[in-house]
Design a protein around this ligand. Structure first.
Ligand code: IPM
Ligand code: MN
Length: 353
């Protein structure tokens, strides 16, 4: 096995570069300790480049990125660029064109981290949301007519085909089996209203479960109820699989229950191609350049990347180092309240690794 990895890095906007720098620091420490090679190649895609050149992703960028073992992303979003341009032109384009059809978002409360959920601790909040990542209203299908008139019509379609649903469900069932905890996969949908799309999901879910995954228990929750239970009884969940838009929404809820944007990590995964790992939080313009933003989410994303590459021991070492820091050092995860600077947090994790 070739244990030398080439990683494309897109630090991006705002605090993205600061947190990515700490993630790289920790990844290098893990590589040294666990005897593998890791090389980083930086790309300047983001708001600054867009304002300079008018270009979101340059010609040939996608093909170039396909040659890497993985991509590490900081944050995309710039206060001086109209919302949607960078998100669609960079982040969503990468997800779609690299066919990263899974968005893996663990919701895990680390010891020492405060949660807004009353009477809940790390033993209650530990599950994974598998968000479908290339379909749904994100496909951009729809349009507008009679714009600006009282008759204006706006349409944005929720689109899924059987292939997209099946490949996402297969990943989710396999993931639940491999995770080997409660062996329970919950489908989160809205079968009582979205009767076409979630009929497809529900049938595919039970067909696949019955024939290929009899060892995995199946549950179903409406998305609105899912939000209630994520707050009231998060310990019920093991793995949740859901559509792109619902997954976007419930993972922000999940993130806040695990301590917020400073700690929530995610992976955009193409199991057969190149995957991209990113902290869920945004570019946080108001903290940019102050060395106060929390880099743990970016560091945890780096750990997810190593796990994906097959470096499980190194990934575990990073996770344990994060737990050491949340348990013994940082008292508050919020930017400016950590009691340590961004670089100091990176140093502490790297040292522990
Ligand atoms: C996320 C973000 C993106 C999404 C935005 C920035 C396009 O909210 O990664 O969850 O909606 O997927
Ligand atoms: Mn989101």
């Amino acid at each position: 096995m070739n244990r030398n990895y080439n990683i494309a890095v897109i630090p991006g906007d705002g605090t993205g570069p600061e947190v990515v720098k700490e993630s790289i620091k920790v990844l290098k420490a893990a590589a040294g300790r666990h005897n593998f090679g890791i090389n980083f190649y930086e790309y300047d895609f983001g708001g600054e480049r867009y304002m300079r050149t008018g270009e979101t992703l340059p010609e040939g960028a996608i093909d170039e990125l396909k040659k890497f073992d993985a991509i590490l992303l900081g944050a995309i979003g710039h206060p001086d660029v109209k919302p949607g341009i960078l998100e669609k032109g960079i982040l969503l384009r990468l997800r779609f064109e690299l066919d990263q059809y899974i968005n893996l978002r663990p919701v895990k409360l680390y010891p020492g981290v405060k949660t807004p959920l009353k009477d809940k601790g790390p033993e209650h909040i530990d599950y994974v949301v598998i968000r479908e990542n290339t379909g749904d209203v994100y496909t951009g299908s729809g349009g507008v007519t009679m714009k600006g008139t009282p008759h204006e019509v706006a349409i944005q379609n929720m689109i899924y085909n059987r292939m997209q649903v099946d490949r996402c469900l297969k990943y989710a069932f396999e993931y639940t089996r491999k995770r080997n905890r409660k062996k329970t996969l919950a489908l989160c949908g809205k079968t009582n209203v979205l009767t076409y799309v979630f009929d497809l999901w529900e049938r595919a879910f039970h067909e696949m479960g019955n024939t290929l995954y009899p060892d995995i228990k199946r549950e179903y929750y409406h998305v609105d109820a899912t939000c209630m239970w994520m707050v009231k009884n998060p310990e019920w969940f093991d793995v949740i699989v859901t559509t792109n838009m619902f997954g976007d929404i419930i993972t922000d809820l999940g993130a806040i229950t695990q301590g917020g944007m400073g700690i929530a990590a995610g992976g955009n995964i193409n199991p057969e191609g190149v995957s991209m790992f990113e902290p869920i939080g945004g570019s946080a313009p108001k903290y940019t350049g102050k060395n106060v933003i929390n880099p743990l989410a970016a560091i945890a994303s780096g750990a997810m990347m190593l796990e994906h590459l097959g470096e499980e021991n190194a990934a575990n070492a990073i996770e344990n180092a994060i737990i050491y820091v949340t348990t013994n050092k940082i008292k508050d995860l919020s930017a400016g309240k950590m009691g340590y600077s961004t670089t100091e947090v990176g140093d502490m994790v790297a040292e522990k690794v």
